[in-house]
Design a binder for this molecule. Structure first.
Ligand SMILES: Nc1ncnc2c1ncn2[C@@H]1O[C@H](COP(=O)(O)OP(=O)(O)OP(=O)(O)O)[C@@H](O)[C@H]1O
Length: 319
């Protein structure tokens, strides 16, 4: 499988710093905010970018300096990069044509892959007439017909609506049973749903690499913040608390504190700054000890800005 050892790449404004990891399972998600360096990592793996330092191995072979076409990895860029002047069939066939694969073999392969990805009916159409989902499947087919050893996907679902996204995620999972996948995203749900291995990349650094446990136990403050945890300091200890685990209750008492405080019984109080009603739940922002805590509450929690609330933390994680 794939192994990266201290891979670094830098330009004037950006540095990818000593990224090392080894794929253990068939679905790896690289998760991180915009500009973190996720595409740079995947392009170094594909061989589109040369690394400045470090090594890339596949099955113990050093492929760091191997040309992209000799790596036999399928790469699907974020914008799919379909050839606009070729129909879907020719787009899919392109890689096979330049590898001199015979017509009969190519036709059979395209037929099978088009059936698998449900695009047999659009083979004669050009990319500009396709929906986002159809373009995405065409790009996937173009990579898969070459039997890649590894499939590299740069934000494969970012142009898709939420309904198609679920179907595509199911398909990607199936594909990964045959061809291991590395998939870039900044979407936590996608990462949690698909990733057997998850790499968290922030500011050009690999902050953690592991299983879905990463989401439950952020290793450091940077990761906790990126994953949406609240960070609070209690008794000189830094704690990460997920929004679901900040429990707030309206304070009925007219003597309720009008500023954030902790009373003698150690009960914490805060003031509601604002909220967003998502219909079936609300996110509420509460000011507490000069911080804005994010909480998630039931839809029927009746609240308005300026209300006093009691606060309890559950499942705090020391970071
Ligand atoms: N060829 C290049 N020359 C100079 N800088 C580059 C080049 N390619 C990427 N970068 C810079 O590297 C940084 C990381 O870019 P990258 O595309 O890897 O981010 P990303 O994590 O994939 O973000 P996004 O989720 O927005 O696609 C950016 O600051 C980008 O401007």
């Amino acid at each position: 499988m794939l192994k990266l050892e201290n891979v670094s790449k830098s330009w004037k404004e950006f540095q990818l710093k000593n990224v090392s990891f080894e794929l253990r399972d068939k679905y790896c998600v690289i998760l991180g905010p915009s500009g973190a360096g996720k595409s740079v990592i995947i392009q170094c793996i594909a061989g589109i970018l040369d690394v400045d330092n470090g090594k890339i191995y596949y099955d113990d072979e050093d492929i760091t300096d191997l040309k992209p076409e000799l790596r036999n990895f399928g790469y699907v860029p974020q914008n799919y990069a379909l050839f606009p002047n070729m129909n879907v069939y020719k787009n899919i066939k392109y890689g096979m044509t330049i590898r001199n694969i015979g017509k009969l073999t190519a036709d059979k392969k395209i037929k099978d892959i088009a059936e698998f990805l449900n695009i047999s009916h659009i083979l004669e159409r050009t990319p500009k007439t396709l929906s986002g989902g159809e373009q995405q499947r065409t790009a996937l087919a173009r990579a898969l017909v070459l039997n890649p050893k590894l499939l590299l996907l740069d934000e494969p679902t970012s142009a898709l609506d939420i309904h198609i996204k679920d179907t595509v995620m199911d398909e990607l999972k199936k594909i990964s049973e045959l061809t291991p996948v590395i998939h870039i995203t900044h979407d936590f749900v996608e990462a949690r749903t698909l990733g057997e291995n998850i790499a968290i990349v922030i500011d050009g650094e690999l902050n953690d690499f592991g299983t879905k446990e990463i989401f439950k136990k952020p290793k450091n403050e940077k990761i906790a913040k990126f994953l949406g945890y609240n960070i609070v300091s209690e008794n000189n200890t830094k704690l990460a608390i997920s929004p679901e685990n900040v429990k707030i209750k309206a304070v009925e008492n007219t003597n309720a504190p009008k500023s954030t405080s902790t009373n003698l019984n150690n009960q914490k109080y805060g003031i509601v700054n604002g909220f967003i009603d998502f219909g079936y739940y609300k996110t509420v922002s509460v000011s507490y000890n000069n911080k804005n805590l994010k909480c998630i509450c039931d839809e029927d929690f009746d609240i308005k800005s300026g209300d006093s609330v009691s606060i309890d933390f559950e499942n705090m994680i020391r970071i």
